[in-house]
Design a protein around this ligand. Structure first.
Ligand code: ZN
Length: 198
């Protein structure tokens, strides 16, 4: 058996160019969970509008200065990677920006992940290792599943599991707006990839 030699060197995820332009017009700080959620929901909407990915947005924020550290949008289709979910993209970017694999390292401010939709099973694992200390979710996993996405095998008590690891969870911030982005994506014929359906 021969395996083709594939160099992943380094595997490169690139944010769509519109994000830089959009963020340049935005405020320096996001003082409330609602303000942070509004930003990531808008990123999800713009990701659909520009045709750069699925209907999910996220961001890592530092809570002391209330600034955005790194945005994330879903890049699964454009990057040809099932792992390029918005939360993973935001955490990967944030870790590169702060220069550590651990966003909770000693001396760092508290980092919060804000996501337009409750994390799937993969992102839940990524969150556990990332060092973020808060997560804030918009739509529920059931809202994503209602339009055909798969949330994967997650423990029913995942919120308790995260909180036992020192990661606080806030649910349902702007849930209606966040869910409507999912519905809009599907109504406009957006591709719903789903590991169970292939
Ligand atoms: Zn995910």
């Amino acid at each position: 058996m021969s395996i083709p030699s594939i160099r992943i060197q380094p595997y490169c995820l690139e944010l769509p160019v519109w994000i830089t332009d959009y963020l340049a017009q935005q405020p320096e700080t996001y003082p409330t969970p609602d303000a942070r959620m509004d930003l990531v929901i808008t990123l999800a909407q713009l990701n659909i509008q520009y045709g750069t990915g699925g209907p999910f947005g996220a961001g890592v924020f530092r809570l002391d200065t209330q600034e955005l550290v790194a945005p994330g949008v879903n890049l699964v289709l454009s990057s040809k990677s099932s792992m390029a979910h918005a939360e993973i993209v935001a955490m990967l970017m944030a870790q590169q920006i702060v220069g550590s694999h651990n966003l909770g390292a000693i001396g760092f401010p508290t980092h919060e992940l804000v996501t337009s939709c409750e994390p799937c099973s993969m992102c839940l694992g990524g969150i556990s290792w990332s060092g973020v200390r808060h997560i804030v979710c918009g739509a529920r996993g059931s809202d994503a599943e209602a339009v055909g996405f798969d949330e994967g095998p997650k423990p029913a008590n995942w919120i308790v599991e995260l909180e036992q690891r020192g990661i606080a969870v806030t649910m349902d911030i702007r849930r209606t707006s966040a869910s409507s982005v999912l519905q809009q994506y599907v109504q406009n014929g957006g591709e719903v990839y789903n590991g169970r359906k292939g």
